[in-house]
Design a protein around this ligand. Sequence first.
Ligand code: FAD
Length: 416
Amino acid sequence: MDEVAGGEGAPEGPVFTLELNQDQKDIREWVHGFAEGVVRPAASEWDEREETPWPVIQEAAKIGLYSFEALGQFFADPTGLTLPIANEELFWGDAGIGMAIMGTSLAVAAIFGQGTGEQIGEWIPQCFGTAEEPKVAAFCASEPDAGSDVSAIRTTAKYDEAADEWVINGQKAWATNGGIADVHVVIASVDRELGSRGHAAFVIPPGTRGCEQGAKVKKHGLRASHTADVHLDDCRVPGACLLGGKEKLDERLARVREGKRAKSQAAMQTFEASRPTVGAQAVGIARAAYEYALEYAKERSQFGRPIVENQAIAFTLADMKLEIDAARLLVWRAAWMGRTGQKFENAEGSMSKLKAGEVAVWSTERAIQILGGNGYTREFPVERMHRDAKIYTIFEGTSEIQRLVISRAISGIHVK
Ligand SMILES: Cc1cc2nc3c(=O)[nH]c(=O)nc-3n(C[C@H](O)[C@H](O)[C@H](O)COP(=O)(O)OP(=O)(O)OC[C@H]3O[C@@H](n4cnc5c(N)ncnc54)[C@H](O)[C@@H]3O)c2cc1C
């Protein structure tokens, strides 16, 4: 698949292929096996319990799927496809458990994207813990009054020069793994006048005083994944916990104050780059619901024939398959562009997440319809898939925000 990247010195012959290489196929099979054998059978129980499925995380850690090494291996694929492929398979198994396993990667992505080499080496392994004793990590950006509008973040970080410590105060909302995490990554404002350009990311080490879980959220779906408020009260962290370091932050702030464009575009690019992975999770849910509905439609008979023989059902299944494949292609395109360093001229990352999220909601709703009354009960998995799918039009940027990003990118106009 290497020649896909093309460019100077690329060999003659095919320059475009969607054929997966052996490594990608092996990883897909490996993750699928875990999703089918371990995740699926546990899905209903943990959805009902509405608790973090630690035994499943432990199983994932034991086989190396929940580890820094596995995430690194998925990310290392130069085509960018392995990360979405692994996410699709895991979330095909179950999205709540999938998020309990993958939620850590939000914090890891922030440390990887913004940390120094030393910080990456110190904190990322701690996000996962060990195979014997796995831990989770949390990424805390959202606040009660700062959801889509990230610039409204009120949490502050003040530097205490004498102690070389940052003092963080504020309330974070909706944090996946918030309060149960060992490592929290917190976005705080170091200069509120600068809006989102005055933000910085901090690692809160395990056991730090002043970092406490607030209310745990009871949710519509994704219930095996823990979501909670996080309170930061005079939470002191060493100076070295500022991701990227103080020198870099001071330089960036000075540029912004001089009126120069800081690297806000670069930050946006990073955010865009994480969206295909989230899109892949939604594709996994949609595919699971489609496959279930297809099998059901072949088995369920009414009026003396399997319901799939009715065009109304068969065409719906055809459209589901079509939409899911279209969403996956957008996800793969964006993942490939992100990994090969190509600029998202038309917000391709947002496109992939928007399409996949909406396809997941639509397909799971159609699956309920195809199952009829059974689809509406907790005896069958499609109602859970529908509840899980809905979050994909809300978190990591709502569908409206994705459309805003796309419309601004294609028009060059600051659409409101
Ligand atoms: C299960 C779950 C897990 C989460 N995990 C995390 C996490 O780990 N870390 C984290 O930091 N956050 C997390 N979040 C928060 C999530 O990212 C936010 O909920 C999301 O960004 C939306 O913000 P909001 O809920 O405040 O909605 P709002 O921003 O209040 O939006 C409400 C509605 O208004 C619309 N809207 C807002 N602005 C505009 C506009 N300019 N134009 C058009 N429409 C607009 C929105 O699209 C939406 O429909 C999580 C949320 C949930 C539910």
